[in-house]
Design a protein around this ligand. Structure first.
Ligand SMILES: *Cc1c(COP(=O)(O)O)cnc(C)c1O
Length: 365
């Protein structure tokens, strides 16, 4: 069985949902990744049997035997998407089909059982529908969804597991960066790389994040907010941040972002911003950009804005870039006009304030 009908995702309501006054208090100041809703969706996979036992249930512990394969060989992938409150009181997902496709691609790269895209979509719709009271109504806030999958077979031995658990849970989310919309400072790592050709850079797996943490810690020690990675081969081309793609805006109004050559995570925000920028008549290049060019363009003023983007952080202006022996400010260090225009255009579609010309919005209710 590789496809569950809508009726096979059984629903077991939580017997201990968080009392309304406590939930309301959390929703007033959700932060990011600190509060979690009442339910989760789980679906299991066993080789020979396929996907089965899909359910919406009370959010709870996942008991794991010490020999569970994910704990040793790191077959783990995840996604991140949001349910946005709509003006009529409903909720909508933004391009969840793209998350479903990327999740399947990540599974294939990590030799895991690919989850059928319609099952992924059914699961994310089900969690939002069940925990609809957990969607924050504040401007800029949303219900963040975290679908993930782990190898659950209990065995040692390096090979793809024969059993997997898919799970989605939800977390009300406000601003990702505590400072709000002021420009962040990036640290260019000389020593560490994020992804190499042929590696897992274009798969959304926890292992990529584990490998980025020492570099992120270095950035923090250097007084920076985030690390920006260069390519592994020449240590010259700008790739992306630990969990966000990067864009550059030039004096002539054109925009540039590094191309998807296999070592960059294909962000859905990245793709959407390219489309929106072209809709606005802006020239967008998907071309490599070197760190030396970045320094030169920041100094000459040819580079007027830079921003990072992703589902969690939306569009975040980059105010400064630092590395061993250099520091360069970009524009006036705050969100420039192109950054602001693109961010507004994206948020307006996600929040149902602008026409959804590209069919990106999926209503949940
Ligand atoms: C998730 C992620 C992004 C952003 O992707 P979106 O689909 O826009 O949320 C960018 N880079 C990395 C490394 C990521 O893991």
């Amino acid at each position: 069985m590789n496809k569950l009908g809508p009726s096979t995702l059984s629903i077991q309501q939580s017997l201990m949902p968080l009392p309304t006054p406590e939930r309301t208090a959390l929703l007033e100041n959700p932060g990011f990744g600190r509060a979690f809703s009442d339910h989760m969706v789980t679906i299991r996979y066993t080789e020979g049997r396929g996907w089965h036992d899909g359910k919406v249930e009370a959010r709870g512990l996942l008991p794991l035997d010490p020999s569970t394969m994910v704990l040793h060989y790191a077959q783990e992938i995840f996604e991140g998407l949001k349910a946005y409150p709509q003006p009529d009181g409903g909720a909508a997902l933004f391009r969840p089909d793209a998350n479903a496709r990327r999740f399947r691609n990540s599974a294939t790269r990590l030799a895991m059982a690919p989850l059928p895209e319609e099952l992924f979509l059914e699961a994310v719709h089900a969690i939002v529908s069940t925990d609809r009271d957990w969607i924050p109504k504040l401007e800029g806030a949303a219900l963040y969804l975290r679908p993930f999958m782990i190898a659950t077979e209990v065995a040692l031995g390096v090979r793809p597991a024969a059993e997997y658990l898919f799970c989605v849970f939800a977390s009300p989310a406000g601003n990702y960066f505590k400072g709000g919309a002021a420009g962040v400072t990036l640290w260019v790592s000389e020593h560490y790389i994020r992804a190499a050709p042929g590696g897992t850079g274009d798969a959304k797996c926890g292992g990529n994040y584990a490998a980025s943490l020492a570099a992120q810690a270095e950035a923090t020690r250097e007084g920076c907010d985030q690390v920006v990675f260069l390519d592994a081969v020449e240590r010259k081309w700008v790739e992306e941040l630990g969990g966000m793609n990067i864009f550059f805006v030039f004096e002539d109004g054109s925009i540039q972002t590094p191309p998807l050559t296999g070592t960059i995570l294909p962000g859905i925000t990245r793709d959407s911003l390219i489309v929106l920028a072209r809709d606005m008549g802006l020239t967008v290049r998907e071309e490599p950009y070197s760190i030396d060019q970045w320094k030169a363009d920041a100094a000459s003023g040819r580079l007027t804005e830079a921003f990072a983007c992703g589902t969690a952080a939306v569009v975040t202006p980059i105010g400064k870039v630092k590395g061993k022996g250099f520091e360069a400010a970009i524009g006036n260090g705050e969100a420039g006009p192109v950054t602001t225009r693109l961010k507004t255009a994206l948020l307006d579609i996600q929040n149902g304030r602008a026409e959804d010309k590209h069919g990106w919005i999926q209503r949940v209710f």
